[in-house]
Ligand binder design. Structure first.
Ligand SMILES: Cc1ncc(COP(=O)(O)O)c(C=O)c1O
Length: 415
C-alpha cells in the first residue's frame, strides 16, 4: 500500500498507462484549446468570456485583486489535462493522488513517504495543527500573517502567541524563538509572508531552527515560493533532508493558478508525516486537480513566464504608487501592500465602488491596502481607480460616509 493512500489496493499503472487512460476518454471530446474551453464555459453560462470567468466568484464582475491568485490562469498543459480528466471523474482519486505524490517526491528529491498531497495547502495547515497542537501547547506565529493556522490551532485548545512583525514588516525571529520556549508545540513561519510580502532569509531561518526547542515543529508555509527573487531567499526543504522538525507547505493555488481545484502538498520527515497523515480526510483529493497538477509540474517554461510577468507587474505597481507618494512594503510575492495614509475599510469600499476588490484589512496594517497582482491591463485599471479614489481635495471624506461592507465577519477571513 502506498503511503499516500488510506484505502488504495489498486494495481500500480505506469505513467504511460495513466496518460493512455486519460487519453482514451479524451478521444470523445472535441480538441479543446484553453481558449475553446473558456468559450464553451461562457456559452453554457450565457455570458461573455470575460464575465464567465468571474461569474462563479463575484456576480458584480469586480476585478479581483483580493486573494493573491494568478490572474493569467493555469498552464495550457494543465488545461489540456483538465479537459481530458473529464473522462475519469467517475473514479475515486487515490490512484491519481499517488501519481502526484510520487512525482512531487521525485521533483524535490524525497521518498514518497515524506510527501502528502492535500486539499489545498489549507488542509496541511489543519493536519499540522491537529497533529502538533493541543491543550498545554503553544502556536507561535507572526502578526500579521496568514491566519488559517490560528483558526485550526484554537480548535485544539492550544495557546496562541502572536508576535508582532518588526518596524520594517519582517518576522521578529528573536521574539518568536523566545515565545516558542514555553509550552513547545508548533511555530508557523509564512515565507514569504502574507500579507506583508516580506521574507526571511534562508540562513536566518536555519539559525532560528537551532534556537527553538527540540520538541517544537516548525511549519514553513512556502505558498509564495516561486515569486521570491531575493538571493537571500531559499526553501527550507534542505532542513527536511537534514532531519529537522520542519514541515514545508506548498500549494498549486498560486503560481500554478489552480486555486479552485484545491490542491496543495506537504513535505516532512516520515515520522512527522505519519502524525499528520492520520489527520487527513480520507480521499480528500480530486482527479481533475491531480491531472492538472501533474501537467503543471512539467511546464517549467510557463512557471518562468509567470514569474517574469509577476516581477514586471510588481515593479509597475510599486513604481506607480511611489510616484504618487504612496510607499509600498517591498514585496517578494504576487501582491503589494500600499500605504494609503488613512484607515483602510472605507478605502477598500471605495475601490469596490470603482469595480475593484482589494484585500481585506489586516492586523498591524491599519493604513495599508493589500493589492494582489492581476494582469497588466487590470493593474492599469487599478492605478486609474487609485487616482480617482485618492483624487478629491479631502480624499476619503466622500467614502468615509459609505456604509460598512455588507459582508458579515467570517469565522476566519481567508487569504
Ligand atoms: C500563505 C498562504 N498559505 C496557504 C494558503 C492557502 O492556500 P490553498 O489552501 O489554496 O493552498 C494561502 C492562501 O491565500 C496563503 O496565502
Amino acid at each position: 500500500m502506498r503511503s499516500q493512500s488510506h484505502t488504495s489496493s489498486r494495481p500500480s499503472l505506469s505513467r504511460r498507462q495513466f496518460a493512455r487512460l486519460l487519453g482514451a476518454g479524451a478521444a470523445c471530446l472535441t480538441a479543446l484549446t484553453a481558449q475553446g474551453m473558456e468559450e464553451q464555459l461562457a456559452r453554457r453560462m450565457g455570458a461573455s468570456v470575460e464575465s464567465a470567468k468571474l461569474l462563479p466568484k463575484d456576480p458584480a464582475n469586480l476585478i479581483l485583486l483580493n486573494s493573491n491568485e494568478n490572474a493569467y490562469g493555469p498552464s495550457p498543459a494543465a488545461l489540456e489535462a483538465l479537459a481530458e480528466a473529464h473522462s475519469v471523474v467517475m473514479r475515486y482519486p487515490d490512484y491519481w493522488a499517488d501519481q502526484l505524490q510520487e512525482k512531487l517526491a521525485a521533483f524535490h528529491g524525497f521518498d514518497p513517504a515524506e510527501v502528502v498531497v492535500t486539499c489545498g495547502s489549507t488542509e496541511l495547515l489543519k493536519m499540522a495543527a491537529q497533529a502538533f497542537l493541543g491543550p498545554g501547547r503553544r502556536l507561535v506565529l507572526a502578526e500579521p500573517t496568514f491566519e488559517a493556522i490560528v483558526y485550526y490551532g484554537r480548535q485544539t485548545g492550544a495557546e496562541i502567541a502572536k508576535v508582532p512583525v518588526t518596524a520594517d514588516h519582517r518576522h521578529d525571529l528573536a521574539a518568536m524563538a523566545e515565545a516558542a520556549r514555553a509550552r513547545p508545540g508548533l511555530v508557523y513561519v509564512c515565507n514569504p509572508n502574507n500579507p506583508t510580502g516580506t521574507l526571511v532569509a534562508k540562513q536566518a531561518l536555519e539559525e532560528f531552527l537551532a534556537r527553538v526547542p527540540r520538541e517544537s515543529v516548525v511549519l514553513v508555509d512556502e505558498a509564495y515560493f516561486h515569486y521570491a527573487d531575493d538571493p537571500a531567499y531559499g526553501s527550507l526543504l534542505d532542513a527536511v533532508h537534514a532531519g529537522s522538525n520542519v514541515v514545508i507547505a506548498r500549494t498549486f493555488s498560486k503560481i500554478y493558478a489552480l486555486a479552485g481545484l484545491r490542491l496543495g502538498y506537504g513535505v516532512a520527515r516520515e515520522e512527522l508525516m505519519q502524525q499528520m497523515r492520520v489527520q487527513q480526510v480520507i480521499e480528500s483529493w480530486n482527479v481533475a486537480g491531480c491531472a492538472a497538477a501533474l501537467a503543471s509540474l512539467d511546464d517549467d517554461g510557463w512557471v518562468a513566464q509567470n514569474r517574469e510577468r509577476n516581477r514586471s507587474t510588481r515593479a509597475f505597481l510599486s513604481e506607480a504608487m511611489e510616484h504618487r507618494g504612496h510607499a509600498c512594503i517591498p514585496s517578494q510575492t504576487n501582491f503589494v501592500c500600499v500605504h494609503v495614509g488613512a484607515p483602510v475599510p472605507p478605502v477598500i469600499e471605495a475601490f469596490r465602488q470603482h469595480g475593484i476588490s482589494v484585500g481585506r484589512p489586516f492586523a498591524g496594517l491599519p493604513e495599508h491596502i493589500r493589492v494582489s497582482l492581476g494582469t497588466a491591463e487590470e493593474m492599469e485599471k487599478f492605478v486609474a481607480a487609485f487616482d480617482r479614489v485618492m483624487a478629491a481635495p479631502k480624499p476619503l471624506s466622500a467614502v468615509n460616509s459609505l456604509p460598512a461592507a455588507a459582508t458579515p465577519t467570517p469565522l476566519w477571513a481567508p487569504n
